[in-house]
Design a protein around this ligand. Structure first.
Ligand SMILES: [Zn+2]
Ligand SMILES: [Zn+2]
Ligand SMILES: [Zn+2]
Length: 258
């Protein structure tokens, strides 16, 4: 059976296929309805457009006549159209949309050619002033992630990534004597303090600056960055031990005096 004959027998849906047939090489009488090889060109009859023209796509003839009846990818929101694309989404979503347009960092790809729910990782550039080594911070995220309800933005703004504005070295420089002590105690030769956030949940090495030693070397220990910068400001565990003993000794002396 040809596709033409099949369409004639399939009422409204058949009429729709005849209307959508847009193949430049064959007529509906020149393909069988079950053809599993021939990819024909189709044109949406429901109003999808792309760059102002009726939306067209290639699809197997058999896919259109099988029971599942696959249709226009534009209507199915699987392909970007003029009606449904990331740029359009941004234009419909006020301030948040304007921010995304500003943060778009894909030079080779237009926002109108991407779906708002695409899960492909793409590049973005902070619009709020975060820099890293003097360059505007960029990161990767899918459009789906940026337009969805759990929308995440610049990791620098969220204090998840170190920036020139927010890093451990900067924190130390802003925190007087205690900050200077941390710089002195830093014991990570391969890692720069500016490459770590002040709130990092990362165990790193530190070296006592108050004279504790082990086997003749300055005493080192591991501590989370946030434990050192947070309200607890945990320091060298040996110093802490010595201090505790001293307090104990002092109080004993005090007891004796009484
Ligand atoms: Zn369509
Ligand atoms: Zn930022
Ligand atoms: Zn110590």
């Amino acid at each position: 059976m040809t596709l033409g004959e099949w369409c004639d027998e399939n009422g409204e849906y058949g009429d729709k296929l005849l209307e959508e047939w847009y193949d430049p090489d064959r007529t509906v009488e020149e393909v069988t309805r079950g053809n599993r090889v021939y990819k024909a060109l189709w044109r949406c009859s429901a109003g999808c457009t792309k760059d102002g023209e009726a939306f067209t796509w290639e699809g197997l003839v058999s896919h259109r006549t099988r029971p599942e009846r696959s249709g226009c990818p534009g209507c199915a929101r699987r392909s970007p159209t003029d009606q449904n694309n990331l740029l359009q989404w941004c234009q419909d979503n006020g301030e948040h949309g304007r921010k995304l347009i500003e943060e778009w960092a894909e030079p080779e790809l237009a926002m109108k050619d991407v779906m708002p729910a695409s899960t492909k990782k793409l590049s973005w550039r902070c619009s709020a002033g975060c820099t890293k080594d003097g360059e505007v911070i960029t990161w990767e995220a899918s459009p789906n992630n940026r337009t969805g309800s759990g929308c995440t933005g610049c990791p620098g703004c969220a204090a998840k990534s170190p920036t020139d504005q927010n890093n451990l070295l900067q924190w130390c420089q802003d925190n007087g004597e205690y900050g200077r002590k941390l710089i002195e105690e830093w014991a990570e030769p391969e890692l720069a303090m500016k490459a770590v956030t002040p709130g990092a949940e990362k165990k790193l090495s530190w070296m006592c600056s108050a004279g504790c030693t082990k086997d003749g070397e300055p005493f080192t220990w591991e501590a989370m960055v946030y434990d050192r910068t947070g309200s607890r400001r945990k320091g060298c565990p040996r110093c802490a031990l010595v201090n505790r003993r001293r307090i104990k000794t002092n109080s004993l002396d005090y007891d004796r005096l009484l």
